[in-house]
Design a protein around this ligand. Sequence first.
Ligand SMILES: Nc1ncnc2c1ncn2[C@@H]1O[C@H](COP(=O)(O)OS(=O)(=O)O)[C@@H](OP(=O)(O)O)[C@H]1O
Length: 342
Amino acid sequence: MQSQTTEEHRCVLFQYVGSKKLLQKSHYCTFPAEGKQLQDEPTKEGQIRRGKSLASNQSKPSRSLSAPLRNARSSNNKTASPKYGKKKLPKALIVGVKKGGTRAVLEFIRIHPDVRAVGTEPHFFDRNYDRGLDWYRGLMPRTLDSQITMEKTPSYFVTREAPRRISSMSPDTKLIVVVRNPVTRAISDYTQTLSKRPDIPSFEELAFKNRSLGQVNTSWNAIRIGMYTLHLENWLQYFRLSQFHFVSGERLITDPAGELGRVQDFLGLKRVVTDKHFYFNKTKGFPCLKKPESSASPRCLGKSKGRTHVQIDRDVIEQLRDFYRPFNIRFYETVGQDFRWD
Ligand SMILES: Nc1ncnc2c1ncn2[C@@H]1O[C@H](COP(=O)(O)OS(=O)(=O)O)[C@@H](OP(=O)(O)O)[C@H]1O
C-alpha cells in the first residue's frame, strides 16, 4: 500500500459509479464548486445534465465534505481556495478509442498531482463545437501553471472535423489514443449498445453486408471505429506522429503501471503513478486502484467497464480478424508499434 500524505488523505472524496464508488481526486475537495460543475455532463443536444457521474451514467452526486475536510481544505491545502489557478484549455486530450480503455487511463492519470481533468466527456470537438472555446474553457477545472489540463472524449478519434478543430485550438496539443484489438472492441461496443437496446439485430447481422461473400459492413460504427489506420491518416494531416501516444488497451489491463509510466513520460510528468497504486481485483477481473488507508471503499471502475461480452461465433470472429488484418498492419507500420492483435 502506498503511503499518502495527511493532506492527500484529508482531500479524498468518493464519487458513486453505479453501485460502486470511484476515488475522486483531491481536486474535488480543493475546488468543490468546480467539482459540482465537472459532474455536469453535456448532452447530445448540448444542454447540461445536472449531477451526472464522471464515469458512468448511473451515478449519484458526490457526498458533501465532512467538517474536518472542510477545515483541512481551508487551512492546509495551498490549492484549496478557488482563487488559485485558472481555467485553461486542455494541453492533452484522450481522443479515443471508444471502448479502448479511455476511462481507465483518465482515472489513473488523474491521480497524478500535476494533472487536472474533466471527469465527464465534454464532446466539444464533435457535438458542442458551436458553443465556442470560452464555453469549453468554462468546463475545465482550475489549474496551476505546473499542472496539465486534460479531458477525454473517445468519439473525437473518428470525427472528421476533430483534428482540424483541435489543431486550431492549439497545434501543440498532446494526443492520447487507447487502442484495443478491433474485433474485441467491436464486440464490447455491441455489448454496450445491447445493454441499452435489447431489441437490436444480432452482431452477425449488423457486422456483415453478406457474410457468405465475406462482405463486412464498414458503415456500421462498431466496425468502422476499429479501422484505426484510416482515422489516423486524417489526424496526421494536422499533427505530427510525435504528438501522439498510443496506449495498448490490452497491456493497460495486464500492466497498468507500465502503460501509465509511458503516459507520464509522454506528458512530461514525473513518474508518480506506479505499481504501488494498483492491485488486481479478482472479483472485477481488472486492475483497480488501491484504497487509501482511511477508507474501506473499493476503487474499481464502474459496472459498465468490464462487462461480460456477448458470445460471438468463432467463425465470425475469424472473419473479422481477417478483415482487420491489413488495416492493423498498416496501423502498426504507421505508429511503429506492433500491438499483436493477429
Ligand atoms: N482497470 C480497468 N477496469 C475496468 N475496465 C477496464 C480497465 N482497464 C481497461 N478496461 C477496459 O475499458 C473498457 C471500456 O473502455 P472505455 O472506458 O474507453 O469505454 S467508453 O468508450 O468510455 O465507453 C472495458 O471494456 P469491456 O471489458 O468491454 O467492458 C474494459 O475492458
